[in-house]
Every structure is written in structure tokens, then in C-alpha cells.
Design a protein around this ligand. Structure first.
Ligand code: ADP
Ligand code: UDP
Length: 243
């Protein structure tokens, strides 16, 4: 039995549990894009994202990354460590896509080596603006030491996820991470890692539309969204079984 509902976001609901250090996150089928201006539902997305996130958190934990993941007691629920979330979206990019193409003119798919790490302010009212180190300092969002840790952690996670997705015949184009602090002030990876928060391209085709296996299918009305998410899960599950 979940406890009190603490928060309902765009994709998940957060419940209290019997343990104040533990939260229950419930994955919904609701989908939003363009700062929630576009809304819809993706059938079984909650189950698929919960399963994919579970596999990826377990993979990362096995490689020494501290995450909030504790257990996945049902197909839409995850028990996680209760954290104070840093109001930062940490985006890692291996190839240019999305806002990076729109804002810089770099062509879609342009390889970024070394990968780009960017910080955005997690604030829907302001449209999640891109931050600079000086803005982070002025806004007091994180200390310079915490920023160094976030950057190092994000690149380390990328180094684990890129070859893992490649083993699934998927190119990890970019992704967004959230981190939080536990009572001891330790930084842990939080939230989810799923086709909602990553750009994933199927390596079996070069077709710009067919290769998309992530939320861009929803953003751009490309169709077959559920099937694409399901295919990601099947491949991630099959590869995870080998670890
Ligand atoms: P949003 O808030 O952007 O609409 P979601 O619907 O995914 O996003 O809501 C989940 C919320 O829970 C997010 O605000 C996220 O930062 C927060 N969250 C994720 N993991 C944890 C955690 N371990 N402890 C506390 N909050 C968390
Ligand atoms: N992303 C996310 N949540 C956000 C913004 C971005 O999960 O609020 C993910 C997005 O799915 C992509 C990466 O972060 O994998 C980079 O997103 P980008 O800045 O290109 O955003 P866009 O404006 O194209 O959605």
C-alpha cells in the first residue's frame, strides 16, 4: 500500500512509504513535450519505462554508480531513496540533436567527441533554460565541487551506457540525468533513464524517421511510439540478461 501522495509530475507520481528515507515512484502513461504544451498518452509507457529504468539503474549500480534505485515491487512502481533533488537537468550529448541543433545550427547527428555536458535549470515556468557556470554560482544552485562531481558522474554514466546501448544495436544520441543529495550530502543518480529522457537511434537503419526509438516519435508525431519503446525494452532486457 503506498502512503501519502507527495507529488504528481508530468510522467510520475511520488508517494511516501513507511520509511521516511524511501519513496515510491509510480510511472504513468502520460506523455508531454515542448514544456507540456503537447500532451498525450503512450500505451503502457509507464510499465516500459519502469522496466527499462530498472535494468539501467541495476547496470549502473553494478558498475559502481550510486543511484537512488532500491527495488521494483510492481510493473509501474519503483522504491527509491528519498533525495533532495538538485534543480538541474544534466544533459550529455554524443551527437547533435534537438535544442543543440536548433540553437547552434550543427547538423543532426553531428558527432560530438568528446561528449558535450550541459546543465539546464529544472524550472517549467522558465522553460528549463540553459545554464552557465556563472549562472549556477549566482543562482546558488550547486557548489563548484558539486558541479565537478555532476560532470564527472554524467561522463562516467555515459561511458557505461554508450557501449551497453551499442550492444543493443542502439546509438545513444543524448540523454538527461537528475541527481539528488541524501542525508549525508552524497550525490546520487535519481529519477529515470528511459526513452522519455534519452534519444535512441536504431542502428539497423539510416532512415531518419524509422531509426527513432524515443520520445521524438511523440514530439514529431512519427507514429508507432509504443512499438518503438517496446523494442528498446526487449533489447535492453536481452542484453541485461547477459550481465
Ligand atoms: P516532472 O516533475 O518534471 O514533471 P516526473 O513526472 O518524472 O517529472 O516527476 C518525478 C519527480 O520526482 C521529478 O520532479 C523528480 O525530480 C523527482 N524525483 C526523482 N527521483 C527522486 C528521488 N529519489 N527523491 C525525490 N524526488 C525524486
Ligand atoms: N530531456 C529530458 N527532459 C527535459 C529536456 C530534455 O528528458 O526536460 C532529454 C531529451 O529527451 C533529450 C536530451 O534531454 O534526450 C536533450 O534534450 P534537448 O535539449 O535537445 O531538448 P528538446 O528541446 O529537443 O526536447
Amino acid at each position: 500500500m503506498p502512503g501519502e501522495k507527495l507529488y504528481e509530475g508530468k510522467a510520475k507520481i511520488i508517494y511516501a512509504t513507511e520509511d521516511p528515507d524511501v519513496l515510491l515512484t509510480y510511472f504513468k502513461d502520460d506523455a508531454t513535450a515542448f514544456n507540456a504544451q503537447k500532451r498525450g498518452q503512450i500505451l503502457d509507457k509507464g510499465k516500459i519505462n519502469c522496466a527499462i529504468s530498472t535494468h539501467l539503474f541495476q547496470l549502473l549500480e553494478a558498475q559502481g554508480v550510486a543511484t537512488h534505485w532500491l527495488a521494483t515491487p510492481s510493473d509501474r512502481e519503483m522504491r527509491v531513496k528519498a533525495l533532495t533533488i538538485l534543480p538541474l537537468e544534466v544533459v550529455v550529448r554524443n551527437r547533435a540533436a534537438g535544442s543543440l541543433c536548433r540553437q547552434t545550427g550543427l547538423p543532426l547527428g553531428h558527432i560530438l567527441a568528446p561528449p558535450l555536458v550541459e546543465f539546464y535549470y529544472k524550472n517549467d515556468d522558465l522553460g528549463d533554460p540553459l545554464l552557465t557556470p556563472d549562472r549556477v554560482r549566482v543562482m546558488n544552485l550547486a557548489s563548484p565541487e558539486q558541479m565537478d562531481t555532476l560532470r564527472r558522474q554524467a561522463l562516467h554514466i555515459n561511458q557505461i551506457l554508450v557501449p551497453f546501448f551499442a550492444s543493443c544495436a542502439i546509438t545513444l544520441v543524448d540523454f538527461k540525468l537528475e541527481f539528488g543529495l541524501d542525508r549525508a550530502g552524497q550525490i546520487l543518480l535519481a529519477d529515470e533513464i528511459s526513452p522519455d529522457t534519452c534519444r535512441l537511434w536504431d542502428q539497423s537503419t539510416d532512415d531518419e524517421t524509422q531509426r527513432v526509438m524515443d520520445k521524438d516519435r511523440f514530439r514529431q508525431d512519427l507514429g508507432h511510439i509504443e512499438q518503438a519503446y517496446q523494442r528498446v525494452l526487449e533489447r535492453v532486457a536481452a542484453q541485461s540478461a547477459k550481465f
